[in-house]
Structure formats: C-alpha cells, structure tokens
Design a protein around this ligand. Structure first.
Ligand code: BTN
Length: 246
C-alpha cells in the first residue's frame, strides 16, 4: 500500500493541504503520507473559495504523492484518479454519484465532495502533488454560501462511521494510484467518462457570451471539456471558463 501507509491525524489545522505542502517543502515525507484532520479553520477550495466543514463530522484529508512518471501535460490523470476513487466510494452507498468536471463529486444535482489538487512541476515531470479531499459525511446543516451542498447522511438518511469511510477511501485511492503508476491512462479516462455528470445530456450552461444549451461530449486528456451546441458547433473549455446552470 502506498497511499495511507503513513497517516497523521491533527485535531485542528488551518488546512490539511497547506500543512501537507509545508511538509513537502521542509520534511521530505514518504510518498502516500496522508494528513487527516477533524477541523480546518482555513479550509481551501477551488477558485479561491473556502471549504465549510463542521468539527468532527466530515472527512478532511490531503495526500502527498510524487508522480514522477506523469508529464505536466498529463497532470489531469491525478485529478481523474482522485475523483474516481471518491465517486467509487460514494457509489457504494448511492447509485446516483457522478463526477462533475473537473473533479467535484455530485449526488444527483448536489455536491457531496470537493477536491483540491496542487501540483509542483519540475522540468518534464510532476515532482510532487498534494491532493486534498473534503467529503461531507455526517454534516446535516450547511451555513456557507455554497449553492448545493449535501452529505452522505443527508443523502442516505443515516450516519456513517468516519473511520470506516476513511479506510475504504484510502484503499480505493491506492488502487487507482496503481493504475496511474502502471500507465493505465486509457482505462482511467474511460472510467472517468462513464462517471461524468451530465455527459450526453442537453443542459443549460453559461460562458463569457451568455447562457446556452449544450451537451458535454468528452473531457480531453489535458483536462479541457468539449461541449456541443444545438447548432452543431463544438467548443473546448478550461476550468473557470464555463458555469453549469442548475
Ligand atoms: C472545492 O472547492 O470543491 C475543493 C474543496 C477541497 C476541500 C479539501 S478539505 C481537505 C483539503 N484541505 C483543504 O484546505 N482543502 C481540501
């Protein structure tokens, strides 16, 4: 087992990702080291947002990896393998779990988990990666302005044992990371597409030019999303260039 062979628990941290990044800089932690916490007072999300999590209710973790076999232009592989691990876990309880591009985990139209991946590149490889996962497990009331949060408890109507959920997720992450190290990029991409939220459905989106109806066709290996319009035109989007309308 690589992921989870070393586990460090802190009752409270600013952010498990921040702590993991400092460890990578200063302490040379072994690959697969996992930082876990009950509470973050400065939890970080994508697009500069925060991450809300009630103390002791949810899974907050960051994993330290050295994916030197991955080239910078393939770094979306890490995003795929982490989001697939989380969706595998959530699917075990709720069949409607999907990956919302690039790496949010949704149950129906609600967000159950967020992932924040911070890569360091040196020359032609990823020299280190901190993969942060926030999975809502037992929280039932959300106070932040996040539009559509949900938890495993809200979605299933019962509480879940955090230690069991953590162990399961680490096992799944370890299996998926093996696929990256063994070069199974095609299989990871196929699995990612099978789990992709809204793929092949005509739904509403907005970009810099306004609102429109579109259909997600695929996500390329560089992480760009390909969307088709009703008039047949096709456009590629980077993260932040498009919003999903619920
Ligand atoms: C998102 O905006 O969807 C990403 C949220 C990522 C949250 C997790 S919680 C554990 C780790 N530590 C952080 O500060 N962020 C990530």
């Amino acid at each position: 087992m690589i992921i989870g062979s070393v586990r460090m628990f802190h009752e409270k941290v600013s952010s498990t990702n921040t702590l993991a990044s400092l460890m990578v800089r200063d302490e040379n932690p072994v690959e697969g080291t996992v930082i876990l916490s009950s509470f973050q007072d400065d939890g970080r999300g994508q697009k500069g947002n925060g991450w809300e999590s009630e103390p002791g209710k949810n899974l907050l973790m960051s994993i330290i990896l050295y994916p030197v076999m991955v080239r910078p232009d393939e770094q979306f592989l890490i995003s795929q393998m982490v989001s697939l691990s989380v969706v595998d876990l959530v699917s075990g309880e709720m069949p409607d779990a999907r990956i919302k591009w690039p790496n949010d985990i949704y149950v129906r139209d609600d967000k159950i988990a967020g992932i924040l991946i911070e890569n360091s590149i040196m020359g032609e490889t990823l020299c280190s990666c901190v993969a942060g996962i926030g999975l809502n497990v037992n929280q039932k009331v959300f106070r932040s302005s996040a539009p559509n949060p949900v938890s495993m408890a809200l979605a299933t109507g019962r509480e879940h044992d955090l230690a069991t959920v953590t162990d399961k997720l680490l096992r799944l992450l370890d299996e998926r990371y093996l696929m990256v190290t063994e070069g199974k990029a095609k299989e990871l991409a196929d699995n990612y597409h099978s789990a992709l939220y809204r793929r092949g459905e005509w739904r509403r989106y907005s970009d810099a030019d306004g609102e429109f109806t579109g259909m997600i066709e695929e996500v390329r290996s560089n992480g760009l999303m390909v969307l088709r319009r009703r008039n047949g035109s096709v456009k590629e989007y980077a993260f932040k260039e498009i919003d999903y309308i619920l």
